[in-house]
Design a protein around this ligand. Sequence first.
Ligand SMILES: [Zn+2]
Ligand SMILES: [Zn+2]
Length: 147
Amino acid sequence: MSDLVNIPRGDPTVYAPGTWELVFHEDEGDTPSYYSAVIWCPECGRPLSLQRGHHIDTEGRITPSVGHPEQYLQEQPCDWHVSPRLLGWPNLTPPPPREFSTCARCGEHSRSLSGWGTDGRYAGIICTACKKTLALEAPRETPEDPK
Ligand SMILES: [Zn+2]
Ligand SMILES: [Zn+2]
């Protein structure tokens, strides 16, 4: 069993052991953006990032409990493993997800448009895979405005 432990919010410029800091994760693919936290272990001082499986309720209580990743334990064992409550948890609402975009060529849906672009043959934006395919096809004719 792990204990419920109150953790104060830290000063972002100090990173004091035994405090927590707010972290914002951008939405990625189909995963919406969310707020999370990093806790600096009061015993070994290393940062403990919460995983996606961790839930922080409106009172700042984290479930399931927080321990150390396997890699840390191999480097330097640490027994600190608790059910933390983040004091001063702001309980912010993440911004709405970015709009889905649809590839004008294959219909692929995505929120992440890295690598997407335009092509004179299609009237909208096209996905990374289609851009590659099109680049391998015959050189394009004189570009004209999509009508
Ligand atoms: Zn530790
Ligand atoms: Zn496509």
